[in-house]
Write a protein that binds this ligand. Structure first.
Ligand code: DX5
Ligand code: ZN
Length: 216
């Protein structure tokens, strides 16, 4: 079994010091950078858009994992790819044409994924499993950092992992929301490959130690 990759979420960083934040993430020894894009419509919160991704790209060579929580993502995925995203994930229920969104991302030579919110059934992502590089399973309701981990959601993680093995699919399984050194082993046992972590890294007294503790 390979070790967990840790993707700190810059949603928990100081938005006035983003260049410093991406530099810190590299120095802490993390694997990816997770960028949470929210439009105030699909989710109640608003964060940032493609200009931020484009500017971050100038300051880091790390893998930029862009999680879109926006309506009609098919209209914007291409621009996020052009801005320097390495992977773009979106919520299929927010899209009028999820297959088109996946095709656009692939045509740009980037990795693609679909997201299952914490209160949604498996059927929301099922039609796309043979076409994606990653499935992101939310372990909090999408919209805000700093919420409590929903442990019951690990049943869904196990299901998505079992189906991957049964059908021979290739996607990675990413979990997002309330992940910390305390619950990372549970998540790994359920099938997680990549851990998104906001508060547990940025609010840690020693962020490098927190990152390392999750790279199990
Ligand atoms: C929530 C975001 C998460 C969030 C994670 O909608 O998708 O990526 O930033 O933050 P923590 O780890 O604090 O739950
Ligand atoms: Zn996220």
């Amino acid at each position: 079994m390979s070790r967990i990759k840790v993707a700190p979420s810059i949603l928990s960083a100081d938005f006035g010091k983003m260049a410093e934040a991406v530099n810190n993430i590299k120095n802490w020894g993390a694997d990816w950078i997770h960028c949470d894009v929210m439009d105030g419509v699909y989710v109640p919160n608003i964060t940032f858009g493609m200009p931020m991704v484009k500017d971050l790209r100038k300051y880091t060579d790390m893998f930029l994992d862009v999680h879109l929580m926006i309506t009609e993502p098919e209209k914007h995925v291409g621009a996020f790819c052009d801005s320097g995203a390495d992977m773009v994930t979106f919520h299929p229920d927010a899209s009028k044409n999820p297959l088109k969104a996946l095709e656009i991302i692939k045509s740009k030579g980037k990795l693609c994924g679909v997201v299952l919110n914490a209160d949604q059934p498996f059927s929301v992502i099922e039609p796309y499993l043979d076409k994606v590089d990653m499935v992101l399973i939310m372990t909090v309701q999408a919209g805000f950092g700093g919420q409590s981990f929903i442990e019951d959601r690990l049943e869904m993680v196990k299901k998505v992992k079992t189906i991957k093995e049964e059908k021979g699919y290739n996607y990675l399984i990413q979990l997002d929301g309330g992940i910390s050194p305390q619950n990372v082993a549970l998540c790994k046992n359920a099938g997680m490959d990549i851990a998104v972590a906001g508060s547990s890294v940025f609010k840690a007294t020693n962020p490098s130690e927190a990152v390392r503790a999750m790279q199990i």
